[in-house]
Design a protein around this ligand. Sequence first.
Ligand code: NAD
Length: 471
Amino acid sequence: MHAHGDPFESTDPATGEVVAIVASSTPEDVDAAVHAARSAADTSVWGSSGELRASVLYGFAQLLRADEQRLAELLTREQGKTIHESLIEIRGSAKMTEYYAGLARAVYGRSAVLGPNVTGVVLREPAGVVAVITPWNWPLTLLVRSLAPALAAGNATVVKPASITPAITIAALALLAQQPGLPDGVLTCVLGPGGIVGDALVGHDHVDMVAFTGETETGVRVMKRAAEGLRKVALELGGKAPNLVFADAKLDKAIAGAENAIFTTCGQICTAGSRLLAEDAVYDEVLERLAAVTNGLRVGDGLDPSSQLGPVASRAQRDKVLEYVARGRAEGTIVAGGAALEGDPYDAGCFVSPTIVADLPSDSILLRDEIFGPVLTVQRFSDEAEAVELANATEYGLAAGLWTQNLDRAWRVARAIKAGTIWINTYHHFYDEAEVGGYKRSGIGRQQGLEGLLEFTETKHLNFDGNDTLW
Ligand code: NAD
């Protein structure tokens, strides 16, 4: 940890209580962290010992599992999500770490016979020093999703977590740092405001690659800054996922799926199915049933096991979401939620009632912006062509869902939607083995899966020519 600057607090969005006070990093801290990483990348055995990397990552996963209850409570207190979801996040992070621990021993290139007596060997080498910058909504999953493959591929890393969720990140990194054999400098961490600490990190001459997860506009800034040093970037950015319900869908499943799609993490998930599109013939029924489910959701402190939605992660986020709800009320019809949550226990926290808005004009900002809160918009379509057109009417392309029993249609529509993940008759199922990432303004590169590992490598061609000729 390189942090000797001014302190800042992380607070519980359910109660306003202080969860942790941590120090920001100074410019000298950022410099020291990157130099430590540079030295580890250039001189340690890390990049050349897959066995060591695998054992460190497996050890980390075991500690995550052993400590899951404490970590889940900390995550809920700091981020606000329900304890149920926090446990899913800790367990999923352990599982993903194990996946990349396995791949740490399989960072293979390939070879080819390129001519008579000529052989090429294509190596995969570590990218070098990787800055890992993470957001606050799934702080552990999104840390591990970049950090585990970066480490598995043999890189040295400098982590910069979001300032809303430093404590859960520090708690996890402390477990990783305990692993026997982890060379000094392979894992360092800096803390503090993104525009200062994150920017200094991205702009540092000794950073070879930036793996950034966050908002699209921040991603654009990060990419511009990284371009000054022509650094490699992997960007996982915002989303505005359409979720299409065709008239022939199994409606019970589609409605449960639509609820999960938008209200997971109180709508603060990049893949949130935040635009529900329903075919004319079932539009009224879908809307009515979804509104009933939504109005029945229990909102409360995430530590209370009966809460189905926690607060949003900060007061700023709550205010932003409530502004969108007010715009929705002015431009369309609120069919569920919409009311401010007041009284005990809501007054102390950052609670927003889960909300559905219909009848919006096609140019409404609610249909365009990533709201990142529990707000679902609903639109109708009359045929497949219109469904695809509406689905693609967004600058984002991270994910989409579709519900139909017609296999031909599922195939056609899934191929026509421009997004990195398309769920068919399901939503929000992630697999470590399957790549995720964005089309359009949702990102560059892919994470998870084998591609998620190879993102963190450079490719080198070694050419052996046994002929005594030049050209
Ligand atoms: P954010 O962009 O505000 O911040 C993300 C991280 O970047 C934080 O650590 C922040 O401190 C840092 N940062 C901010 N300005 C920076 C700068 N100029 N240089 C370097 N670092 C900087 O995002 P957030 O509010 O923390 O997270 C929510 C956003 O993340 C949403 O848009 C969501 O869709 C997106 N997200 C995307 C994915 C994905 O996989 N595509 C996953 C989760 C979240």
